[in-house]
Design a protein around this ligand. Structure first.
Ligand code: ZN
Ligand code: ZN
Length: 456
């Protein structure tokens, strides 16, 4: 009798361990349509989801209903407050002998022009370094134009190198007394879509109008300047700070059988910029990670709890990631990993695991190889919303998507559902499912111990 009862008690654990065959789950996920359905519904029914706005709140309500319907446990929203900036009118025109409009869009936290706009002469710089070296005298009252062009890179590294054009140049221009600043978009396309993105004013820098020109418009402005006569622009930009609003992280779980084994944190960000419908940034990421977590859930209870987080307000300063970290960093995390680099195929896997978990990396590498994914020696950083946790020692696996074309669409009106290839999306789900199947059930300890890249 006792023997029978012990056998019954043991049964769920036996059942739990067996069904998470990474290869089988991976191959089934190559036919996934769950992720496509999520990103189609989100981008169609909600559309743009600017942080702190009513649209982002609608996305959270949508997300809670969706994640409950999918069968996840402990579905909830963790709200936080944040300052909210909204876009206004945005127009630019060349004045004088070659009058014509230019396509531009305000950067996050841009100051506003008066309703009738601001008119001034343009002063151009090839780089942030050149702008930094310029005297305030030359900039005073002018419209600064920084025209450093970003190039394509499979790993997206250009975004890091060229990022200061958007993040730093507006503050530098303001501190030197410029009337406004326009930058060449941080984008790799040649379409007339300007790329928005966040920037924040450094200490002592008063907000000035700050906008990005599309690449063809930046080319046009360069050609006009090369003709040797002063070029004057009129800018009309009327964004506003509307005070403190609410954002929030949407959380859902697949409860594990062993609470001491730590939490496997995965997700993407639910907010988007307001221009497109946030399909590749980051509807794809929330969809991929939810579809993969559901596949593990449907196959049986994993050893570790999988916690899915759809972060709020990533675009405007990683506020959801920070809110999560301040609330949950004391909990044992076995892994943290975010999908936030579009919907193209995963081609590379990076690790940051404790040395005692080297076999986990080897098993993940083996499970991903048939998907055309290779192991790097780069240390995983986990993704923007989990980066601070990972930097503090939480293990990470980063499934790197091919970023060659990501910055053609990133933060533009052109970030829409039609840009997602359902087969590539399913390859992502397959990779995430295989990775989760290994990590969520690994017998090796993952919590604690300095995480390292563990090259072969
Ligand atoms: Zn993103
Ligand atoms: Zn983004």
């Amino acid at each position: 009798m006792l023997k029978q009862r012990l056998a019954l008690l043991a049964l769920p654990f036996l059942v739990a361990a067996a069904p998470h065959d990474a290869e089988k789950l991976r191959d089934a996920a190559l036919k996934d349509t769950v992720a496509w359905d999520i990103v189609e519904d989100l981008t169609t029914e909600i559309g743009p989801r600017l942080a702190g706005t009513e649209a982002e709140a609608r996305a959270r309500a949508w997300a809670v209903a969706r994640l409950k319907a999918m069968g996840f446990a402990n579905v909830r929203v963790e709200e936080f407050d944040m300052p909210v900036w909204v876009r206004g009118e945005e127009r630019a025109e060349v004045l004088g002998g070659n009058p014509q409009p230019l396509a531009l869009t305000a950067l996050g936290n841009s100051g506003a022009t008066p309703p009738q706009g601001v008119e001034a002469e343009v002063i151009a710089f090839d780089s942030v370094a050149e702008l930094t070296a310029a005297s305030a005298e030359r900039l005073r009252g002018k419209i600064v134009f920084v025209t450093h062009r970003m190039n394509k890179a499979q790993d997206g590294s250009s975004y890091g190198y060229f990022g200061p054009v958007r993040r730093l140049a507006p503050s530098i221009a303001s501190q030197k007394g410029a009337a406004a600043i326009v930058i060449r978009s941080l984008g790799t396309d040649n379409h007339r879509f300007p790329h928005t993105g966040n920037q924040s004013w450094s200490d002592g820098a008063q907000p000035i109008p700050a906008a990005a020109l599309s690449n063809p418009d930046a080319d046009q402005l360069e050609r006009l300047i090369k003709r040797g006569k002063p070029v004057r622009l009129r800018l009309v930009l009327t964004p506003r700070q509307v005070g403190i609003g609410k954002s929030g992280n949407v959380i859902a779980e697949v409860p594990g059988t062993d609470p001491r084994a730590g939490i496997v944190l995965v997700g993407g960000h639910l907010d988007s910029w307001d221009l497109g419908t946030g399909a590749i940034d980051d509807g794809a990421g929330v969809a991929i990670t939810a579809a993969a977590a559901k596949r593990i859930m449907d196959a049986g209870r994993p050893k570790r709890t999988i916690r899915l987080v759809w972060f709020g307000a990533e675009e405007v300063g990683v506020r959801g990631g920070e809110a999560y970290r301040s609330r949950h960093s004391g909990e044992p995390h076995a892994l943290a990993s975010e999908s936030d680099f579009g919907a193209d195929r995963i081609w590379r896997v990076d690790f940051a695991l404790p040395p005692a978990a080297k076999a986990v990396a080897d098993r993940i590498e083996a499970a991903l190889a048939p998907l055309g994914i290779a192991r790097s020696s780069v240390q995983a950083r986990g993704g923007p919303d989990v980066g601070a946790l990972v930097a503090s020692g939480v293990p990470a696996v980063t499934l790197q998507q091919d970023g060659t074309d990501y910055f053609d669409l990133h933060h533009t009106h052109d970030d829409t559902l039609d840009k997602i290839d359902p087969r590539k999306l399913a390859q992502n789900v397959a990779a995430w499912t295989a990775m989760l199947a290994v990590v969520a059930n690994a017998p090796e300890p993952l919590v604690g111990g300095a995480a390292q890249s563990l090259p072969k």
